[in-house]
Design a protein around this ligand. Sequence first.
Ligand code: XIL
Length: 372
Amino acid sequence: MKPFSLIPLTLLAIGCQTTPDTPTLKEHFNDDFLIGAAINVPHVNGADPKADSIVTRHFNSIVAENCMKSEEIHPSEGVYHWDDADAFVKYGEERGMAIIGHTLIWHSQLAPWFAVDSTGSNVTPDVLKERMRDHITTIMTRYKGKIKGWDVVNEPILEDGSYRQSPFYEILGEEYIPLAFQYAAEADPDAELYINDYGMNAPAKRDAYVKLVNDMKAKGLRIDAIGMQGHMGMDYPDITEFEKSIEAFASTGANVMITEWDMSALPTISHSANISDSVVYNTQFNPYPNGLPSEISDKWNERMTAFLNLFKKHSDVITRVTAWGTQDGMSWKNDFPMKGRVEYPLLFDRNYNLKPFLMNELNTNELKYLTK
Ligand code: XIL
């Protein structure tokens, strides 16, 4: 029995400041999985010292929120902008963290030159292959031995299981995914290689990924983990369907990672995490600009607990759980899919306090040790 779990979460909402005596998340989950956070360029450059102490103290893995996406790191053909990515990698190295690269091949935040020629028409398959190979090889070679694993391809499949009509797909067809994994494996045989997507609970999408990964393995290609982004809301995903996907993905022999965990506490606008979706501002969808009512906070914490327990239950195959940011104030969800919302989706609140569900998790564990 877990004695602390009987205490209502609202009580725990008071005084969630972690102290030097509070166990850290990375110690707590040490036997389960890596615990990570996405960090942005201002964070790396020291703009938010409190967030820096949280990340340094609690997390043993980081992922680049934006600075390794092609439009940032490779803005024109042959021109690489390394400063931000180098600083991100140095930040992780100084703290002995598992550093994750995000992301090599993705239709969003795609460098505008990547798939077109000087007239704006799609390049030929051979040209695109060469560009993909150069992009993947140049970036992975620079960070060889420093980056633990890469999101090689991001978001290639739609909810109905069909391929997304991205420029990569339009030009190369399904083959662009195995090709990307081949180039990545050649560039750094020691780096882990991941495929990553949102909405992974959808049955057709689940089946498509199982087939894709099995087909790639049958061709002798290496794929180390399937990343389930984990952008959630109060009414999605269905936890049973999410668990079915964890099990189905594990059946391929690949590991599973929760790569971009956050849970919107606001009314759901859309289940999609496609970053080009956007809706015009409407106050109805921004109901808690001055703070989350305790009943909503309780529900949010209960739901986060349920998912955390699911991740722990499957910690034999889940090797990393990464939150998409540190504290609520900096989450991308404040602007997605509607600009100007006040969101509460992350593991730490705007005062840098650990959310009640995690305080509960840490304290439960502490009491369990005391009663042993
Ligand atoms: C988001 C970043 O958090 C934002 O700062 C940026 O403006 C848009 O992209 N899925 C992904 C991430 O794989 O790269 C996205 O990150 C969120 C959805």
